[in-house]
Design a protein around this ligand. Structure first.
Ligand code: CTP
Ligand code: CA
Length: 224
């Protein structure tokens, strides 16, 4: 069994992954959202599943196939995502890759808002729950909580501050000032309590496997 264990080091672990955007409805035909293809999160779900983990993937609206061996829960809004995450706990690891919309319209209009030719409607917003902060600070905190941070500037400083503010173990920072959004490659830096690790630009699938291996290493050390 030594060989099997070394190839599938996450057997017996439950990994929770969030991915994709959330949609915050304004009326039946309109919404606000963050930009996200879901590709990096789905790749991470696939990678940890390949290493033997039981995986729950809470996905916002994306056009992607469910990776093999992954249980997928589809959601639309941030509040739906928060609820699905709560139901999926406990987990050994949480990887929050979703680009959660920070705000939602203060009120939802059940009928389509019509253009009237005068001033456009003012959109009043209210803040969504911070799913990562709630999971990292909650009573059923996974042993390893990982957040993502898409930044256009001051990438490292912002990532370090986010790690502290959200009580995450690691923040995976990516610089989205270029054209990585929606693409198949990514360049990330892993910020942990031990320091920072800069990975080369590589396919999102390779970023996912690199991260999955680092996750597995945490549990290998723990089990030793
Ligand atoms: N996140 C979350 N729930 C939210 C907002 C963010 O779980 N309501 C998670 C994301 O999934 C990501 C991490 O928090 O793992 C960082 O998200 P980010 O948008 O970079 O951080 P914010 O705190 O929202 O800060 P800002 O958007 O102002 O940079
Ligand atoms: Ca945000």
């Amino acid at each position: 069994f030594g060989i099997a264990a070394s190839h599938r080091p996450l057997v017996g672990r439950h990994v929770l992954v969030t991915a994709g955007p959330t949609w915050e409805a304004i009326d039946p035909v309109r919404y606000i959202a963050n930009r996200s293809s879901g590709k990096q999160g789905f790749a991470i779900a696939a990678a940890v599943a390949a290493l033997g983990a039981r995986v729950t993937l809470v996905a916002g609206p994306v056009a992607l196939k469910t990776p093999a061996g992954v249980r997928r829960v589809d959601v639309e809004s941030a509040r739906d995502m928060a609820e699905a995450v709560r139901r999926a706990l406990p987990a050994d690891v949480a990887v929050m890759v979703a680009a959660v919309a920070d705000w939602r319209p203060k009120e939802y209009r059940g009928e389509k808002i019509k253009k009237r030719g005068d001033a456009p409607p003012a959109l009043m917003l209210t803040e969504n729950p911070d799913i990562l902060t709630n999971v990292a600070g909650g009573t059923r905190r996974p042993a390893l909580v990982i957040g993502f941070a898409a930044e256009t500037d001051n990438v490292l400083e912002n990532a370090k501050a986010k790690r502290k503010r959200k009580s995450a173990d690691w923040i995976v920072a990516n610089d989205v000032s270029g054209d990585v959004m929606g693409g198949d490659r990514n360049r990330v830096t892993i910020v942990s309590g031990d320091g920072i690790e800069v990975l080369d630009e590589m396919p999102k699938s390779a970023v996912a496997m690199a991260l999955a291996e680092r996750i597995a290493a945490v549990f290998r050390v723990e089990a030793a």
